[in-house]
Design a protein around this ligand. Structure first.
Ligand code: SF4
Length: 169
């Protein structure tokens, strides 16, 4: 099977890859993307002030965004996380969303929200972040195209991973 023909990279795969490349490889053998396309609705949301200021769980093609809101003239895409422990993976996931939106002609800023810690962090897709995101996407695609998963490497992520039994039984 050529996995790249079957699977679209998603924010969840990017996040999983940052936690553990093996986890992202395993995900790509199971996911069944829902292709509901709300691009048009989001376009209206961005341009019309009569729409509510926030929308939750917005799906645009292969992107599943936790929250989209307007702040002045800016569109802000927010990702809500339970904790900041895996913040770097969350930043990469959000940058991936901003990168994909830009390719669709939608300029947005990102915001990571950690409600239980009462914290938030702004994430911007500047030129450096864009180049890093392109590189990361290429790396993820190359790795998930491999016929076998990367070897199991025990890390802190294993304790909360859905594949723990598969990897370590
Ligand atoms: S259990 Fe550990 S090694 Fe296996 S996929 Fe999950 S994080 Fe990776």
């Amino acid at each position: 099977m050529n996995v790249l023909d079957e699977v679209r990279i998603t924010g969840s795969i990017i996040q999983a890859y940052m936690m553990c490349p093996r986890q992202s490889w395993l995900m790509t053998r199971q996911i069944n993307p829902d292709e509901d396309n709300e691009l048009l609705a989001v376009g209206r949301f961005i341009s019309q002030t009569s729409y509510p200021r926030e929308r939750k769980e917005v799906r645009i093609e292969h992107l599943a965004l936790d929250l989209v809101k307007r702040e002045g003239k800016n569109l802000v895409v927010a990702e809500v996380k339970k904790s900041s422990r895996a913040k770097e993976a969350a930043v990469r996931q959000l940058l991936y969303y901003l990168y994909e939106l830009k390719k669709m002609g939608i300029e947005a800023e990102g915001e990571l929200l950690f409600p239980e810690e009462r914290r938030r962090q702004t994430v911007k897709l500047d030129a450096e972040a864009e180049a890093e995101t392109e590189k990361l996407i290429a790396q993820v695609k190359a790795d998930i195209a491999q016929p076998f998963p990367p070897a199991s490497v025990r890390t802190k992520a294993c304790s909360k991973c859905a594949y723990a039994e598969f990897c370590w039984a």
